[in-house]
Each structure stands twice: as structure tokens, then as C-alpha cells.
Design a protein around this ligand. Structure first.
Ligand SMILES: Cc1ncc(COP(=O)(O)O)c(C=O)c1O
Length: 435
């Protein structure tokens, strides 16, 4: 499916009257947390954009596998062979979930940050990178170490984003390699970026594109081949699989040609002493080239389990359910004059279940603390590791660390495991606090 919400397929999710299914079971919904008045209340986790709770099914799958745990790619014992099979099967599951092309590689990493840093080390010599200033720092910062970076100003519409990229790419020297890095859904506003159009623009000008799907993969089906992106990166802990793994999936050629991300066992075919007293190394050219060291089989298996759980539940229906909750939330916030929802693309922009706002007369940190202390609601406040974007949208000009500026925002985020009651409690809380 395309992630451009102007397309009929996604528009159908947003506007259709699909039956709203129950949330997927996740851990933690029955955990009681203390309130300031001394009572307790079940925790409402509304910070999915930072780390989503584990799906019950992921937890159960990991627990069922745990007794069979063994080393991957480095043991002759039965459980080592079983674990190796499970690891490689997880790779295939993730490739299928992402709609990867036949010859794409799926590399297991630690996180989105790790995936994008890996790709940054794999850029061909003389590569130029184009990135919007609105990106999460994980997508904004890695490139400067290995490439010439052009940072594009924040566009105020999806159409302007494509036009700005077109203009920048048209002015480039096409004899050089180029990469565009773009988010699928903003971790600040939740707004969707026009990924297929940006990918087409990149390819028209001989550039490649990597999709930061950290906030997209948990909310909407992503199809690498249909979107025509060259790579996609995401984190397991935002996809209900918090076991320390992430993914970089996509074109094999640059990955194969690059020096291994880490030097060590597992990434090598043959290591031998050379005639000069050193060692020569013959590195693997498959997915394991960038996975030196003992692989995180539980992390990879957990991600594969989450992919299966979302697919089995009907991802489109989950996305539709999320849009219903989002619609109720935005309608309620829209009625509160002191609440300003942050938006880059303005009225009518489509977003996933991620939304940031400021409350007139309130410090966002105090507001978030009140949500926790009085209502048992966990949100995030700060600059969300996207400082230029939050400063632009709030008008803040101070603060260099997450959470330091005077005009920080509050972010509420949710997904497939969010009970309706959590969103209703949040709306009631904001109404009361902002009254
Ligand atoms: C859009 C986006 N990209 C990248 C990242 C980095 O993810 P991680 O911290 O899992 O590496 C995040 C994390 O919040 C994000 O929201």
C-alpha cells in the first residue's frame, strides 16, 4: 500500500466505516500506577512513538522460544541450528512484511538510529545526501560524517516538499551518487510525507532514497517495492517488539560494496595471516556482512512475531481503528482554545496516531507531569529529538537538549494496543487541565 494518504487506498481507511476492532493485547494495560492524591489507577501508555508496549503475542512467542535459545551461525548443537533457522526465518518474515524486492537485503541492527548510521557508512565515495531540516536527529545527523549534506528548509505542504527536493536534485552534479533521506511519518506531528512522490523525484534525478519508517511501520502497512524506496529503516521497540533489534532493508549493492559496519566474527568468510605478518579478510557479501558479532536472535524473532501479529490481525483494520481514535482526539482538542496542535502541513494533513501540542499558559513539562500525577497518563514532553522542527512549530528559540526550551511541546501517541478508554481519559484530562 502507498503511504500517501491522498491515494484512494489509504483514503478508504480514513473515511470508511470499518468495524472498529478491539485493541491488540499488549503488556502493561493492567499495571497500577500511583497518583498524587495517594490513589492508584491503571497506567495509560500514550507514548507509543518513543517505545510501544510489547504485544502479548510477541511476549508469548519469545517466552515459548526462550528454552530453545542458542547461538546463531556458530554452533553445531541442535539448539544452535534451531536458533539459526529461526533467525534466518525472521529475516524472511520481515522481508515479506515490508514487501521487499527479491534481491533486497534485510540487515538486523539495534534500532533505526543504528540502521541509518550503518547506511551512512555504506555510502559510495563522493555521495551527496539530501535531507529536510524536519527530520528526527537519527535521520538528520549521520550523513555529515561520510557525505556532503544538503539540508532543505521545512516545506509547508507535501507538494512543496516534492518541489523543493526536485529543485535541489536538479541543481546537483548527476555524475555523483546521491541519497535522499526522508521520514514516512513525523515523530512530532505524526503527519505523513509524500513518500512515493519523493521517491519518484529522487529516482528521476538519479538519486536513491531511504525511508525512515520508525513512525510509519507501526501504524500503516509499508510496501518497499510499491513505494519504490531503496531502503527502509525502523526499530523493533516502536513495533511492539522491545528486545533491542532494528532493521535496515533494501538494495544490496551499496551494502555489499561497503566496508562491514562492524569488524568481527560472523561477517567473515575467511581470515588468514598474510605474508606481511598481518591478516587478510574475505568478508561475507550477504546480509550478515553488516551483522558482525553474535546476532540478537530474540530481538529479530520478536520483530518477526510482531510482523505476523499485525498481519494476522488485519493491519488495514488496525490502521482504521487508530484513525477513529485520532479523529475523536483531534476533534476534542480542536474545541479547546488554549490548546494548539502542531502541524507542518496544516489543515487536512493526514497523520498517524502521533500528535504534539502546546497549551497556552502552561509549561509543557508541567502539563505532562500533571497528566501523569493526576490521571496516570504517560506522554512525552520536549523537543522529541527533532529540535529544528519543534522550534519552527512552537516558535521556541532556546534549549539545546531535549526538553530544555521554553516552548517545548507535549506529545501523545498511540497505536494498535491502545484501549479506547486511554484516549477518552486523555481527552478528559486535557479538558480539565486546560479549562
Ligand atoms: C522518526 C524517527 N526516526 C528515528 C528515530 C530513532 O529511533 P531509535 O531511537 O529507535 O533509534 C525515532 C525515534 O523516536 C523516530 O521517531
Amino acid at each position: 500500500m502507498s503511504v500517501n494518504l491522498d491515494t484512494p487506498a489509504v483514503e478508504a481507511i480514513v473515511t470508511s466505516d470499518v468495524t472498529v476492532p478491539a485493541p491488540l493485547p499488549v503488556l502493561g494495560t493492567d499495571v497500577a500506577v500511583p497518583l498524587a492524591d495517594g490513589t492508584e489507577i491503571p497506567y495509560a501508555a500514550l507514548d507509543y512513538a518513543a517505545s510501544a508496549p510489547a504485544l502479548r503475542r510477541v511476549w508469548d512467542d519469545v517466552a515459548a522460544y526462550a528454552p530453545y535459545y542458542g547461538s546463531v551461525h556458530r554452533g553445531a548443537g541442535h539448539l544452535s541450528r534451531l536458533s539459526t533457522d529461526l533467525f534466518e526465518e525472521s529475516r524472511r518474515t520481515v522481508a515479506g512484511f515490508l514487501g521487499c524486492r527479491e534481491d533486497d537485503q534485510v540487515v538486523f541492527t539495534r534500532s533505526t538510529t543504528d540502521s541509518l548510521n550503518l547506511l551512512a557508512t555504506a555510502l559510495p565515495a563522493g555521495c551527496e545526501v539530501f535531507v529536510f531540516e524536519t527530520e528526527h536527529h537519527a535521520a538528520l545527523l549521520p550523513w555529515g560524517r561520510t557525505a556532503d549534506v544538503t539540508v532543505l528548509d521545512a516545506p509547508r505542504t507535501p507538494v512543496a516538499a516534492v518541489a523543493a527536493l526536485e529543485a535541489a536534485l536538479a541543481a546537483r552534479d548527476e555524475t555523483r551518487h546521491a541519497l535522499v533521506c526522508v521520514t514516512g511519518a513525523s515523530n512530532v506531528t505524526g503527519e505523513l510525507w509524500p513518500v512515493p512522490e519523493l521517491a519518484a523525484a529522487a529516482h528521476r534525478h538519479g538519486a536513491r532514497i531511504v525511508l525512515d519508517a520508525a513512525q510509519l511501520v507501526p501504524h500503516l502497512p509499508v510496501d518497499v517495492a510499491a513505494l519504490d524506496v531503496d531502503w527502509v529503516a525502523f526499530s523493533g521497540h516502536k513495533l511492539y517488539a522491545p528486545f533491542g533489534a532494528g532493521v535496515l532493508a533494501g538494495r544490496a549493492d551499496w551494502l555489499r560494496a561497503a566496508e562491514p559496519y562492524l569488524a568481527g566474527g560472523g561477517a567473515t568468510r575467511r581470515v588468514a595471516r598474510d605474508g606481511d605478518g598481518g591478516v587478510t579478510v574475505d568478508w561475507n557479501t550477504d546480509d550478515s556482512r553488516h551483522e558482525a558479532g553474535s546476532p540478537n536472535v530474540i530481538g529479530a524473532y520478536a520483530i518477526a512475531s510482531a510482523c505476523r501479529a499485525l498481519t494476522d490481525a488485519g493491519f488495514e483494520h488496525l490502521a482504521g481503528r487508530e484513525q477513529v481514535l485520532l479523529g475523536r482526539l483531534t476533534a476534542a482538542l480542536g474545541e479547546l482554545p488554549r490548546v494548539r496542535v502542531l502541524s507542518l502541513f496544516g489543515e487536512g494533513a493526514h497523520r498517524v496516531g502521533v500528535l504534539s501540542f502546546v497549551v497556552d499558559g502552561y509549561d509543557s513539562a508541567d502539563f505532562a507531569a500533571a497528566l501523569s500525577d493526576r490521571y496516570g497518563i504517560g506522554v512525552r514532553d520536549g523537543l522529541f529529538c527533532a529540535h529544528p522542527l519543534v522550534r519552527l512549530l512552537t516558535g521556541a528559540d532556546g534549549g539545546d537538549g531535549c526538553g530544555e526550551g521554553p516552548l517545548n511541546a507535549v506529545r501523545v501517541s498511540f497505536g494498535a494496543g491502545t484501549p479506547q478508554e486511554h484516549v477518552e481519559r486523555f481527552v478528559r484530562a486535557v479538558r480539565e487541565l486546560a479549562a
